[in-house]
Design a protein around this ligand. Sequence first.
Ligand code: AMP
Length: 406
Amino acid sequence: MRFTEFNFHPNLLEGIEASNYENATPVQEQVIPSILAGKDIIASAQTGTGKTAAFLLPVMNQILKNHIDGQVGALIVVPTRELAIQIAQHIEGLSYFTHLSSIAIYGGNDAQNFVAEKKALQMGADIIVCTPGRMIAHLNMGYVNMKGLQFLILDEADRMLDMGFQDDINKIIKGLPVKRQNLLFSATMPGKIRELARKILHEPVEINIAISKPPEKIVQKAFVVYEPQKLPLIKKILKETPYKNALIFCSRKQTVKQLARELKHGGVNVAEIHSDLEQSERESVLGAFTAGRIPVMVATDILSRGIDIDTIDVVINYDVPGDGEDYVHRIGRTARAEADGSAFTLIGEKEHNRFAAIEQLLGKEVEKVEVPKELGKAPVYNPRIRSGSGNRSPQRQFHRGAPKRR
Ligand code: AMP
């Protein structure tokens, strides 16, 4: 499903486009319409599924529609400062072309930040992301104004309860208006989360995104590269790895076309498959690939689900897919039946966080292989997700006034 189908505010759509999101992930497809319809939600979805944008986008859209000046529109409560920073950065990216204001409120930063936080809580900011402890510190000072709150979001609720934040959450909720929309996200659904949901949510829609894991026998490797190194590296992998059929995935059809062209120039017997081809053309390309007449195929994610070709022994991700589910589906095209398979992912400069989110979902780190020396110096893998060290202060996000346009 494409984002244009949700009828989002045009300025929000611009932010989505600038974030390079094309299609909604499964969790987004399920969650967004229910939030737009005003429903409470309880969703089990892990990091890597696109869950953050699943709640941010509809919440931002509704606040853009029903903006109340000087009030807090949405309060997002999360267990850790790292997650607060990540979500704040997500908000910054997606709201870039809107006038929405936001701030992250978390412990351990300096007094100047406390003053900015206090101002946001008194004067209103459209979206506030907070950790429970720091929010309680502000609540205890008596100036927090949540009268206009439209949305309460609890993210990683299971982790918050594990960390002992139940009482803090109760206290925070006490100060909120009764009439509001509640969204609860949790990776797991133990009994205590169901109990919390019963107390907080009103006739919630329940959404369950079960993530499959890839078969263990697929050997997964990744290369951390600069964008221009991707093409020579793919040529090298194809030259040096034995395969019957190799399938290369790209997120965009323009990239598929360009890569297929470049590989052809380099003497590779390659076909391409994407949505611009008629059904009959797709079938004939697939037929040639399956029969081994064309050993290499470059494809968009249309091929990541459902094709079952036993002879695919190598999958290469030219780019990191948008969410964990797509990754699992892409690499699951290899090692079908009794065969073994290898999956190589090329992680470009802007894809470190996305890949780290996928690794979180897989529950393991994928081996990073050194880029061959002749391709030049390669970057170091440095995802913010794992290190938790946001290199931009979300405090800078507190802005009001005229819409930003850059
Ligand atoms: P999350 O599960 O919210 O932690 O998101 C995981 C990663 O997927 C983040 O880097 C997001 O920016 C990215 N992402 C979320 N939605 C999409 C989408 N529809 N298309 C591509 N990437 C996405």
